[in-house]
Design a protein around this ligand. Structure first.
Ligand code: FAD
Length: 487
């Protein structure tokens, strides 16, 4: 079964062992629980897209491994067109729900990255990890799986390395190596899409040296594997199914999670890196190149919805789109900048010897710096156009609108260019997109912008630029950096 529809996907999640908690209670069924239902619904919508003639070309592709049609997020990104497909699909997903789909994103990127890294490891070390990744990829495709990607560790004190942390569990690590597999334990934090996934790709959170060898791992585990406890972390105000009526639009709802691995056994065929510290930096490098090139499309898709939400608000307020066209143009320009810098990274990318297409690292990191900035400006403009009613807490709740005592008057007070309910719905969407859970991924999703700036600083050929500028200016004198001041 290379393709599954939304209903089959829901059924497959229902069969899994419940191991996710929220508000101190076990979530018995992620497909119906208010904290997770809408996320599952949006991923189910992506599964259904495989059977929709209009959307199928974007949401499916021919698998380079089997030659069969598969969900796009189950395939190897082996060409520029394939990584472009990742971007286009993500923009389309955000346009459907206004938010992230997690379970069709970071895990998919992770297994693609491991495809390339294990290829290098096998060549240089004589290991057989690549064969394992190949078999696992086949398993993912055959079973049409949704994968979450767990890279970020809880970390502990940011100034200390994993091996220096007072609590070793702050970072996921290998506790024991057995003949048939490994035992892992520790915490992963802020992981997106776990509620809606079947399996988790867990990888080392950074590039490490020998001292942190124990923290160098890459594995695939079922979401309900024995020993894994998950706590869902989204706040009620960020989620969309926990408030009544139109206070919470009923489409999309990213989920986030803390993962607690308590001596989880991973059989060898699911271990793709174990202690080979030299390759963790490469894995993070390839991961960020693919991820940060595509994330511009995510925020662009969300920005598209912000444009629409602002137009709706203007009209609900009784004003024409024309009154705000310059501002709307700026919103659209912001969206297209992050989208196109990502596309540029893909175009300037290179094929890896393993077959993976890796976007240009410098451009991908430049994109991350813009993703951490431009969507916020877009949100500001969206609020600006919408008026105070769309800022948080500035009009009565749905429940108040239903009050037999004063509900009708509230709705009359809300009415402007449209009736009160229409304006309330439009305002709640702007509020959610600009100050609520609609922000996911802009600042730290895919890594911090400071990390991206460090890569830009390291990759730009500054001396070459200075030399060329000297030549054009006709400068022949020595122009070296002054020696550091003596303390
Ligand atoms: C919406 C969302 C979705 C996410 N989804 C996923 C996911 O699916 N999978 C996943 O693995 N992760 C995910 N993450 C986590 C994300 O990758 C991290 O948030 C990100 O890498 C930053 O790590 P942090 O949050 O621990 O920030 P911190 O490490 O605490 O960084 C905070 C600030 O301190 C700086 N800093 C950190 N350490 C140092 C140091 N030693 N010296 C100087 N400055 C330092 C950073 O650059 C940053 O500016 C998600 C995050 C968000 C917000």
């Amino acid at each position: 079964m290379a393709l599954m529809n939304g209903e089959q996907y829901r059924e497959s999640l229902k069969k899994m062992r419940p191991n996710m908690y929220k508000w101190g209670e076990l979530i018995a069924d992620v497909t119906t629980h208010p904290a997770t239902r809408l996320h599952v619904q949006s991923v189910a919508d992506s599964y259904d897209a495989a059977f929709d003639p209009e959307r199928a070309p974007l949401f499916t592709t021919k698998s380079p491994l089997s030659g069969e049609t598969a969900h796009r997020w189950n395939t190897l990104m082996n060409s520029m067109e394939a990584v472009l497909g990742n971007s286009k699909m993500k923009r389309a997903q955000y346009q459907r729900t206004g938010t992230c789909q997690g379970a069709t994103c970071a895990g998919w990127t992770g297994i693609n990255v491991l495809w390339a890294v294990t290829y290098e490891m096998d060549k240089e070390l004589g290991t057989n990890y690549h064969e394992r990744v190949k078999n696992y990829f086949k398993h993912v495709e055959d079973n049409a799986l949704a994968l979450a990607g767990a890279i970020t560790d809880a970390k502990g004190n940011r100034a200390l390395k994993p091996s220096e942390q007072p609590n070793k569990d702050s970072n996921l690590h290998v506790k024991e190596i057995r003949p048939d597999g490994i035992v892992i334990r520790g915490y992963k934090a802020q992981i997106c899409g776990v509620a809606a996934c079947h399996e988790i790709i867990a990888m080392a959170g950074s590039g490490y040296g020998e001292a942190d060898k124990d923290f160098c791992l890459a594995v695939a585990v079922p979401r309900d594997v024995a020993g894994l406890t998950i706590v869902e972390t989204r706040r009620p105000s960020d989620a969309r199914d926990e408030e009544e009526g139109w206070d919470a639009p009923k489409a999309g709802n990213i989920t986030q999670a803390f993962l607690f691995f308590d001596d989880v056994f991973v059989p060898n065929d699911r271990v793709f890196l174990c202690g080979e510290f030299k390759y963790t930096g490469k894995a993070i490098g390839y991961f960020t190149a693919i991820y940060r090139a595509a994330i511009g499309a995510c925020v662009a898709g969300q920005g598209d919805i912000m444009c629409g939400a602002a137009i709706n608000m203007a009209r609900a307020n009784g004003l024409s789109q024309k009154a705000f066209q310059d501002k709307l143009n700026q919103m659209a320009i912001n969206n297209e900048i992050t989208y196109s810098v990502g596309l540029g990274a893909m175009l300037a990318g290179k094929g890896h010897a393993s077959g993976l297409w890796i976007p240009d690292m410098l451009l991908a990191h430049v994109n991350k710096t813009q993703v951490a900035k431009l969507p916020y400006e877009t949100k500001v403009i969206c609020q600006d156009i919408s008026g105070g009613v769309a800022e948080t807490g500035c009009f009565p709740s749905y429940q108040d609108c239903q009050s037999p005592l004063y509900g009708a008057e509230v709705l009359k007070a809300l009415a402007a260019g449209a009736d009160g309910e229409t304006r309330a719905r439009a305002a709640r969407l702007v509020e959610w997109l600009t100050v609520g859970g609609g922000i996911p991924g802009c600042m730290h999703g895919g890594g911090s912008p400071d990390g991206a700036r460090m890569v830009v600083r390291a990759m730009e050929p500054w001396e070459k630029f200075a030399k060329e500028a000297k030549r054009i200016a006709g400068i022949t004198a020595e122009l070296a950096d002054p020696a550091p001041a003596k303390k």
